[in-house]
Ligand binder design. Structure first.
Ligand SMILES: Cc1cc2nc3c(=O)[nH]c(=O)nc-3n(C[C@H](O)[C@H](O)[C@H](O)COP(=O)(O)OP(=O)(O)OC[C@H]3O[C@@H](n4cnc5c(N)ncnc54)[C@H](O)[C@@H]3O)c2cc1C
Length: 334
């Protein structure tokens, strides 16, 4: 029997979940996986080449769809000494923890290897090409031609899945004072204790700040004081300023104390009051545009969008101020 040939380009979360879904089908397939990194499965954001132990994944076991086992089950199977190398205490593991990204990368790697072996047992033909960059693809009437580094003739597949994730700007100028992203050499660069400005206040900004901070001091966690940063040289003049257009700090998207706390901002009563205060329905967009045209005006959808964005920003700022007053901004886990 000729098996359908499928290529997966990129063996990271998208590639792995695709692979897992393909293996779940009844019909055996010939699946080839191409990964330009040395180890398939780890994933760019979770590789130890690009991340330090201090950088946490903002996704917990409870949120990660299990592959062959849940993240927590996998963690519980690891030796305590292995986890301790990542600063993780085995006895304290639970499914809502934010753990180092490179540990998550190890989980995805192990899951990938397990899927390969399970897939082979089910009768699929599986080829894993590591350190193998796909340089081009061509969709042809009879399938997909795929070129890799150093090969002049293409491999042919019936289907190809492109799961190549992020592309980072390449910038090799050295020495330099500007990094377009934390992933353009910043993690390896020696950054002196100077005045550092970071555009943005979300996850990449935290990565950039961590890359600098880790070179000039230590984070110390104490039960009574919370988290403290000790600068190695208090006179060094290091300052890190994160700049934000909205004034909103990042929030780990899984901040949710259990049992749920009562709502303080968007309460049922407040929503009811908002609805009661604005009984008129907004006209539907196509009607709004047509009415404008009837009056000889150009449709003002663009203008409205700007106005809506400004209103939304204003509302977000107001809500943020209220929630900030109600509780501190949760930064843990980032
Ligand atoms: C810095 C950073 C941190 C993040 N942290 C989190 C987090 O904590 N929690 C969370 O839920 N999400 C996080 N994300 C979001 C993240 O994008 C996803 O979690 C996930 O990594 C996306 O998986 P992916 O497989 O689509 O892409 P990627 O993980 O980027 O994987 C793409 C894969 O394709 C390979 N590849 C690329 N080009 C080729 C080629 N030409 N030939 C062969 N192989 C190729 C790459 O080597 C890589 O292995 C983070 C993203 C970034 C950038």
């Amino acid at each position: 029997m000729t098996l359908k040939r499928v290529a997966i380009i990129g063996a990271s979360p998208t590639g792995i979940y695709t692979f897992s879904a393909l293996l779940g089908g009844e019909t055996p397939l010939a699946i080839a996986i191409y990964e330009e990194a040395d180890e398939a499965g780890v994933g760019m954001p979770y590789s130890d080449e690009l991340n330090s132990r201090l950088m946490l994944a903002n996704i917990a076991s409870i949120e990660i769809p299990p592959l062959t086992s849940t993240y927590l089950e996998w963690l519980r199977d690891q030796p305590a000494a292995f986890l301790a190398r990542y600063g993780v205490e085995k006895a304290a593991l639970h499914d809502r923890q934010f753990l180092p990204r490179i540990l998550l990368g190890q989980y995805f790697r192990d899951q990938f290897l397990e899927l390969v072996s399970q897939g082979k047992e089910k009768g699929h033909l599986i080829a894993v090409h590591e350190t193998c960059r796909v340089t081009d693809l061509e969709a042809r009437p009879d399938g997909v031609a795929l070129w890799t580094d150093g090969k002049s003739s293409p491999a042919l597949y019936d289907l190809a899945v492109i799961a190549t994730g992020h592309v980072w700007p390449e910038d090799d100028e050295k020495p330099r004072a500007y990094f377009p992203s934390p992933w353009s050499g910043m993690l390896d660069a020696e950054i002196p204790a100077c005045r550092v400005g970071i555009m943005g206040t979300s996850l990449s900004a935290i990565d950039a700040a961590m890359a600098v901070a880790a070179q000039h001091g230590d984070f110390v966690e104490e039960a009574d004081e919370g988290l403290r940063f000790d600068l190695s040289d208090a006179e060094s003049g290091l300052t890190i300023t994160l700049m934000s257009r909205s004034g909103i700090l990042p929030e780990a998207d899984f901040y949710c104390p259990i049992p749920y706390e009562p709502l303080r901002v968007a309460t049922k009563e407040r929503i009811a009051a908002e609805i009661a205060a604005e009984p008129r329905r907004a006209p539907r967009p196509h009607l709004r545009a047509r009415r404008g045209r009837d009056r000889g005006e150009r449709p003002r959808l663009g203008g409205r969008r700007v106005a809506c964005d400004a209103r939304r920003r204003q509302l977000r700022r107001r809500l943020f101020r209220r929630s900030r007053d109600a509780r501190s901004v949760p930064l843990g886990g980032l």
